[in-house]
Design a protein around this ligand. Structure first.
Ligand SMILES: [Mg+2]
Length: 261
């Protein structure tokens, strides 16, 4: 909780026009593929299709209510700061977010971690998640173009399976239809990276993988190594501190919009 992290590297995002073109090209590739086989598009959830920062905000706001009646004055003192937190103030790691807010007391940080972790990695607060710009429309476009939509997420099935299904449905993403797969970690103890690198090659059974999207450089690199002909995109939101260098063939986009807004 006390370690400091190097800032996220700056990526060269494609100019908007080029990003729009490449996303449209993915849809065209899905349609073209239809004649010979089924295309598959791999899509990460958190930080890629979905902005999960409102989930952390809601957890911090709940924590603020708990702390406001705590007998220890220093906990009551931070409750107002937590109650006012906004998505713009959040870092990738909750512990770094709290430091940004000026909360550095080790006892408070430990208690916050105990509060945040089981709630963030559960169904409980998933209804606060929001889709990234253009994400729902893009995934629907892939589906309507005949591709298998594969949600390939580091969320775990036991704790987040039901909530993830409900969230995808409520946000308007394709789900529970022929040609939609939800691929999740079998248990929370496994690292996301180990899970994705171990399972990636088996996703060939969902179709001819023509594109992949993730916010983590490590996962983008794995998709490209596994499916050399796929167009792989880093969605430049935020990622784990200390991530490996991004393969130079991975395209970097800011969102899923296909038109100027
Ligand atoms: Mg992610």
């Amino acid at each position: 909780m006390t370690a400091t992290h190097a800032p996220k590297p700056t990526y060269n995002r494609l100019p908007q026009g080029e990003s729009h073109q490449l996303l449209s090209a993915v849809l065209e590739r899905c349609t073209r593929n239809r004649r010979t086989s089924t295309a598959a598009v791999l899509l990460d959830l958190d930080g890629t299709l979905i902005d999960n920062r409102p989930r952390t905000c809601a957890i911090f706001h709940t924590m603020a209510r708990d702390f406001s009646s705590d007998p220890r004055p220093k906990f009551r003192d931070v409750s107002a700061v937590l109650a006012a937190v906004t998505v713009e103030q959040l870092a990738y790691l909750a512990s770094d977010s709290l430091k940004r807010l000026g909360i550095g007391d080790a006892e408070i940080l430990d208690e916050m971690k105990r509060f945040w972790v089981p709630r963030f990695f559960s169904d409980e607060f998933l209804d606060h998640d929001r889709p990234h710009a253009g994400a729902v429309e893009f995934v629907k476009g892939c589906y309507e173009a005949g591709a298998t939509v594969v949600y390939f997420t580091g969320r775990d099935l036991p704790n987040m399976g039901v909530g993830t299904f409900r969230s995808l449905r409520d946000l308007g993403f394709p789900i529970a239809s022929p040609g939609v797969e939800l691929v999740m970690k079998p248990n929370a103890a496994m690292s996301d990276e180990a899970f994705k690198s171990g399972v990636c090659a088996s996703l060939a059974r969902t179709g001819d993988v023509i594109a992949g999207f993730d916010n983590e450089p490590a996962n983008c690199n794995v998709m490209l190594q596994t499916f050399a002909d796929a167009d792989v995109f880093l969605v430049d939101t935020d990622h784990v501190p200390g991530a490996p260098q991004l393969n130079a063939s991975v395209r970097v986009i800011g969102d899923f919009k296909r038109e100027l807004s």
